[in-house]
Design a protein around this ligand. Structure first.
Ligand code: AMP
Length: 218
């Protein structure tokens, strides 16, 4: 078992690419956002603490997130793991590195989906998502509009505009993201298994680049 990491700013298409990679290469998808949302809905102690922090778009504290991830890794996985949304800070990256070396777990690829800041705002502001959580299809008003205005092509549910996808909210998410992401990127850029893909291409081309990298490692 090895762990792979997918890094990228909000609006880079990282979530969509992660889902496709997991399917294609039969990876185990480990999303800290999903684990935390599950804790919130179950009302666990961690969930109760994380609820307000998540709602405000801030980050849950490093020790809590690391603890959840390490507990899950200790249970073991059949095959490789792809992290989605983790690590998010330099402290998480360092703690993960130590954990992996003590557990003799290998670090696979660290893939960064790179998109210039200027392109991200337009992507996020034009984004519409299916309101049916089981579907979760993602559209864009200009680059990938639905066939019928405001309706999901796949399941027919209404589309919604996420409340944190406005220009103003996006700028504050970006400011927060840049402050934590740059040191994180600096940490991983120096590793030999770091690869950056051009996230400014069409999603299909981005996926092709990611597939090529994974195929190389197989
Ligand atoms: P996501 O689904 O990855 O966008 O995560 C949703 C929310 O969960 C984030 O806005 C954070 O509040 C929290 N979260 C997810 N992953 C992490 C992480 N690695 N570190 C801190 N907070 C996280």
């Amino acid at each position: 078992m090895k762990v792979h990491i997918l890094l990228g700013p909000p609006g880079s298409g990282k979530g969509t690419q992660a889902k496709r990679l997991v399917e294609k290469f039969k990876l185990n998808h480990l999303s800290t956002g999903d684990i935390l949302r599950d804790a919130v809905s179950k009302g666990t102690e961690i969930g109760l603490r994380a609820k307000a922090i998540m709602a405000s778009g801030k980050l849950v504290d490093d020790d809590t997130v690391n603890g959840l991830v390490f507990a899950r890794l200790r249970q073991g996985f059949e095959g490789d793991v792809l992290f989605d949304g983790y690590p998010r800070t330099l402290q998480q990256a360092e703690a993960l590195g130590e954990f992996l070396s003590t557990q003799l777990i290998g670090l696979g690829y660290v893939l960064s989906v790179a998109v210039p800041d200027g392109a991200l705002e337009a992507r996020v502001v034009g984004r519409r998502v299916c309101s049916n959580n089981d579907c979760g299809a993602i559209y864009h008003m200009e680059t990938k509009p639905p066939k019928q205005d405001g309706i999901c092509d796949l399941c027919g549910s209404p589309l919604k505009h996420r409340s944190d996808d406005t220009a103003e909210a996006f700028r504050s998410r970006m400011a927060e993201f840049n402050a934590t992401f740059q040191p994180l990127l600096g940490f991983y850029e120096r590793k030999p298994n770091f690869r950056s893909v051009d996230g400014n291409l069409a999603p299909e081309q981005v996926f092709e680049s990611l597939v090529q990298l994974f195929a190389e490692s197989a």
